[in-house]
Design a protein. Structure first.
Length: 504
């Protein structure tokens, strides 16, 4: 998902804000001496400038305006378009007599500039040009009222380019959940600070390209409101891996053992092991079902492979590894539970994925997860739901709350996978991954991620740092692979060659 400044003078911050924090930023800006109407005019002008930059000949501009400050931003944009003699109309969802404060002033500005005003009609939609969504801002709580839902449906059915101001109407700014229905924008301009719901959950599917304009606020305004979360970027995290010494040897970079590959699932363990090897682990081994050993050695002779049929057979092999990755292709058989049980007994750093998480959720192998604090969990939403004892829909309704609860309940670093993957730890604010693409929705992607994470832990990174760097590295490798192979045909193994390119 592309995140960019709306103008060269408005650099995008890595901070991500809740709706309450966005209001606090507004209040801090006003307290610093910037009138509220001035902020609205800056927002409207920033949006208008973006519109001109992206749509040189926009044709008819139809601005859907609600009654709050979001609608006020739309009225300002419409007035500026009229000043430039561009065809523009405002489609009003709130009668002028019901407008108040800055929104009323913005309406009067648009009226003064000769903007055509039309009341919303469900049976009349724009048939040309483009649409600006200024219906509902970040303060929406609950499902929009029926006329707003009708307007949202009309915008979505028009088939025209859509620019959303601050947030697509109907999207929850805090969670990224859709509240009844939401505008599907091709371009969203977020004002002052990025709202965290734009970038996770349903947000990426409804926002399109996301840009941010800080409206020329002074830096001390942002210092007064610490961000709730932060975007993660590969350039900012790559320095976590120090350059290798000239006299380095393989023992300096740890030994990752991947435990998994029940009958029929040996490929998952192999992909995790290959990813660990390409991500810099000094040694990589696999403990799996004996029948998978020939294929593993034929494909990747650098990986040590041992066939084990029970937890008792696995135990002697656990003396050498420094990090264990448990779960790729593990299954949920008695063999699977024995593998996880032996791994947990070692006290070694663990990366748990896939069926290791499902076994953990069942509570048979690890009855009391509190106090372990040397593991990294990588659930997708359904696995997260099992770990929390809730439904997948509940996890997706508030991914930030879910990842925070997972981190607290299991005292672990956690990556909640999905569009806008979230990374939680006790040490840092929640991190959000904006790299990656829909081609990653295919089998084996989680296995590759778990191997990357194991390698980073083996090279000495803390759990928090390994989770953050690993999640971003995985997503960036997927973007490079999709550039070559296309998203629709992307395979998990396609990512592996790009790991070395990104890590250097």
């Amino acid at each position: 998902m592309m995140i960019a400044p709306a103008s060269p003078d408005s650099a995008p911050s890595h901070g991500l804000y809740t709706a309450a924090q966005a209001y606090a930023l507004d209040a801090a800006a006003i307290a610093s001496g910037i009138p509220s109407i001035q902020l609205m005019k800056r927002a409207g002008r920033a949006a208008f400038n973006l519109l001109l930059a992206r749509f040189a000949n926009p044709g008819l501009i139809s601005v859907y305006c609600g009654g709050g400050n979001n609608g006020g931003d739309g009225y300002v944009l419409a007035a500026l378009a009229a000043q430039r003699r561009l065809p523009v109309q405002v489609i009003q969802l709130v009668a002028p007599g019901d407008l108040k404060g800055e929104a009323l002033q913005a309406y009067e500005f648009a009226l003064q500039e000769g903007v055509t005003m039309r009341r919303f009609a469900a049976d009349t939609q724009p048939e040309q040009g483009m649409i600006v969504d200024a219906l509902l801002g970040i303060g929406l709580r609950g499902e929009p009222r029926p006329d707003m839902l009708a307007a949202i449906a009309q915008i979505n059915s028009a088939g025209l380019p859509v620019l959303a101001l601050d947030i697509p109407s109907g999207l929850n700014a805090d969670t990224g959940a859709v509240q009844g229905d939401a505008v599907r924008a091709g371009l969203t301009l977020s004002f002052i600070g990025l709202k965290r719901g734009l970038l996770t959950g349903r947000g990426p599917a409804y926002c399109g390209e996301v840009l941010v304009d800080q409206l020329d606020l002074p830096a001390d305004v942002f210092e007064q409101v610490p961000a709730a979360a932060e975007r993660l970027s590969l350039p900012a995290l790559q320095s976590l891996l120090a350059p290798r010494a000239a006299d380095a040897h393989k023992g300096d970079f740890g030994h990752v053992m991947v435990i998994g590959g029940d009958t029929g699932y040996g490929g998952a363990a192999l992909m995790a092991a290959e990813a660990a090897a390409r991500s810099g682990a000094g040694l990589v081994s696999i403990a799996t079902r004996p029948e998978h050993i020939p294929a593993i050695l034929a494909r990747r002779p650098e990986i040590m492979a041992c066939g084990v049929v029970s937890g008792q057979e696995l135990e002697p092999w656990l003396a050498r590894p420094t990090v264990l990755v448990v779960g790729p292709g593990l299954g949920r058989s008695p063999w699977s539970e024995q593998m996880l049980q032996q791994a947990v007994k070692t006290g070694l750093p663990l990366v748990l994925d896939a069926d290791a998480l499902n076994i953990l959720a069942a509570g048979r192998v690890v009855r009391n997860p509190k106090g372990r604090q040397r593991w990294l969990l990588t659930p997708h939403p359904a696995e997260a739901a099992r770990l929390l004892g809730v439904t997948t829909a509940e996890v997706q309704a508030d991914r930030f709350a879910a990842v925070a609860e997972l981190q607290t309940r299991y005292e672990a670093a956690v990556i909640l996978k999905g569009a806008g993957s979230l990374v939680a730890s006790a040490e840092r604010p929640v991190g959000l991954v904006t790299d990656g693409n829909p081609g990653m929705a295919t089998g084996g992607m989680g296995d590759v991620l778990s191997g990357i994470l194991g390698a980073l832990l083996a090279q000495g990174l803390a759990f928090c740092d390994a989770a953050r760097l690993g999640a971003v590295l995985h997503a960036c490798a997927a973007d490079l692979a999709a550039d070559e192979h296309g998203q629709r045909s992307l395979l998990a193994a396609d990512l592996v060659p790009y790991l070395g390119e990104l890590l250097g």
